[in-house]
Every structure is written in structure tokens, then in C-alpha cells.
Design a protein around this ligand. Structure first.
Ligand code: NAP
Length: 280
């Protein structure tokens, strides 16, 4: 399941939609605190792909020594700016900064990362709202590659509010209809939890945690985890052994990462619609 191809298709579709609407102003704003290199690359990619999709983008970069008030001011400014439709605060924030207080300042319509209480509450209630980008990207991959979810058993490993928990909720939603197990660090026997699953998603961040022993022949395996090793980026899935028995598998990199960006851009266009800046 190639995330780069699906990301490119999504960017092209968004660009065509925006062109068909007469190229309205649609703007994604990002806030990055500190000089963490991977975060800088993520943010730069988001701007590059936004531009390819026909969107504008804006960036506020704050020094690692920024105070809570500096970060909150940046978000307040973007929240009040009528020319900004989506706001993404790159997480995690440096130690000592309170991300929850920052998210609390975000208007739900501009919360394109889907992480505020309002967005999460809507997700739980099955109401319209922004869905976190990585879980949404996983669903897009399943749809695009024709993976049946209804009545299937899915195991999501990892329960963060960024990835695992919202993904488990989405997979269990009416219309998607998987039977979901949510595994985590206290799960007694991960192998047993996974072995009968039709769909396995690793969202942990431990290199090659999921091996062929965890996977039923023909199962779909999706890798969200990112570990930086001396040999480069490695996922939660031991790709070489698992691909031999899986029915479908995402590479890492090149699977869920590009789809996270694609879904961020989908959410940004939707934010512009919610704010009345773009016609439905
Ligand atoms: P996180 O907040 O650190 O959560 C990790 C989860 O893994 C926790 O729920 C933890 O359980 C669980 N876990 C830890 N050790 C485990 C073990 N041995 N067996 C089973 N579960 C275990 O991380 P996150 O923000 O969800 O991100 C997860 C990974 O995805 C990271 O590598 C991150 O870099 C990556 N990521 C990738 C993308 C993408 O686009 N591909 C996007 C976002 C994040 P407890 O809750 O019990 O501690």
C-alpha cells in the first residue's frame, strides 16, 4: 500500500477542487517551537505539499527558549486571523511547555490536526469535525487498496490520543464496522492479541516490534511507528519477514507518513469550507 502514490493523487484532487472553485484563498498555518531537525523537515514538507495543492501557507517559527505565553500568543494571532483556515502546532512541544493549554486556544474549525477537545468529542459522538490526520490517512489507505473492514477483526497497537485511540474509534465506527482490539504496553501477550487479526496497525515507535509470528497469512499490516536508527527510519513492522505472509502492507517510510500530510491538506480545505471561505 503505497502512501506516496495516494498522497500524490490526493494533492492532485485537492488542487483540481480548488481550481474548480476559482482558486479561493485557502491557508494552512504552522507553528514550530525549537530547532528539532525532523520536525523542521515535517513542517517544510507540509508547506511544500500545501503549495502543490494550490493552498497558501504561513509559518511561525519560535526559538526553543520560547515561553508558554509566546506560543499561546502565536496561536491566538492565527486563531484571530481571517486569512488563516487551518492551524497546526507541531508536537511535541519542548519540555516545560503545556500543549493542552495551547490546544485549548484553537478554534475547532481551524483545528486541522483534530486534537482539541471539541474535535475529539465530535469524533467520539460520530459528528462532523476534523479527524486526526494519521488515523484518517490509515482509513484512506484501507479504502484505496480495497481492504474490507466490515466484520473484520482489527488490532491497533498504541493508544495515544494522536494516533491509536482515534484510529480504534474510527475503525469501530458504523460504516467501517471492524471489531477492534486496542493493545498497549500492558497488553500481556501481543502475539496472541494479533495472531487472528485481519488488520494490524502498529502505532508504537519500537523498531520491528511486529514480526511474522504476530501476523496471520493474508492479513493487512499498517505501520505508523517511526524509529530513527543508524540504518535510517524503521517502522514498528519487521517489513522483510512480514511482507512475505501479509496480504497487504505499508512500507516505512512511504506509507502512513505521506498520508498524514495528505489528510492535513484535506482537513485544511474542509476548514476553509467550515469557515465559509470556500463554497461547499
Ligand atoms: P506515544 O504517545 O508514545 O504512544 C505509544 C503507544 O505505544 C502507547 O500507547 C504505549 O502504551 C504503546 N506501547 C509502548 N510500548 C509498547 C509495547 N511494547 N507493546 C505494545 N504497545 C506499546 O506515541 P504516538 O504519538 O502515538 O506515536 C506512535 C509512533 O507513531 C511513534 O513512533 C511516532 O513517531 C509515530 N507517528 C507516525 C506518524 C506517521 O505519519 N506515520 C504520525 C504520528 C506519529 P502505553 O499507553 O501503555 O504507554
Amino acid at each position: 500500500m503505497d502512501g506516496n502514490i495516494l498522497r500524490d493523487e490526493t494533492v492532485a484532487r485537492l488542487r483540481a477542487e480548488i481550481e474548480a472553485l476559482g482558486n479561493p484563498h485557502v491557508c494552512l498555518a504552522t507553528v514550530l517551537v525549537g530547532d528539532d531537525k525532523p520536525s523542521q523537515i515535517y513542517v517544510r514538507n507540509k508547506h511544500k505539499k500545501a503549495e502543490e495543492a494550490g493552498m497558501r501557507s504561513k509559518h511561525i517559527g519560535l526559538a526553543g527558549a520560547a515561553t508558554q505565553a509566546d506560543v499561546e500568543d502565536a496561536v491566538r494571532t492565527l486563531a484571530a486571523d481571517p486569512d488563516v483556515h487551518g492551524i497546526l502546532v507541531q508536537l511535541p512541544l519542548p519540555d516545560g511547555l503545556d500543549a493542552e493549554a495551547v490546544l485549548d486556544l484553537m478554534p475547532a474549525a481551524k483545528d486541522v490536526d483534530g486534537l482539541t477537545e471539541a474535535s475529539m468529542g465530535r469524533l467520539m459522538r460520530g459528528r462532523d469535525g476534523h479527524v486526526p490526520c494519521t488515523p484518517k490517512g490509515v482509513l484512506r489507505l484501507l479504502e484505496r487498496y480495497g481492504i474490507e473492514t466490515s466484520g473484520k477483526s482489527a488490532v491497533v497497537i498504541g493508544r495515544s490520543s494522536l494516533v491509536g485511540l482515534p484510529l480504534a474509534v474510527l475503525l469501530a465506527r458504523k460504516g467501517i464496522d471492524a471489531t477492534v482490539t486496542l493493545a498497549h504496553s500492558r497488553t500481556k501477550d501481543l502475539g496472541e492479541a494479533c495472531r487472528d487479526a485481519d488488520i494490524i496497525v502498529g502505532a508504537v515507535g519500537i523498531a520491528r516490534l511486529i514480526t511474522a509470528e504476530h501476523v496471520k497469512p493474508g492479513a493487512t499490516v499498517i505501520d505508523v511507528g517511526v524509529s530513527r536508527t543508524e540504518s535510517g527510519i524503521v517502522g514498528d513492522v519487521d517489513f522483510e519477514t512480514v511482507q512475505a505472509i501479509a496480504g497487504a502492507i505499508t512500507p516505512m517510510p512511504g506509507g502512513t507518513g505521506p498520508m498524514t500530510i495528505a489528510c492535513l491538506l484535506e482537513n485544511t480545505l474542509e476548514a476553509a469550507r467550515m469557515l465559509g471561505a470556500v463554497a461547499r
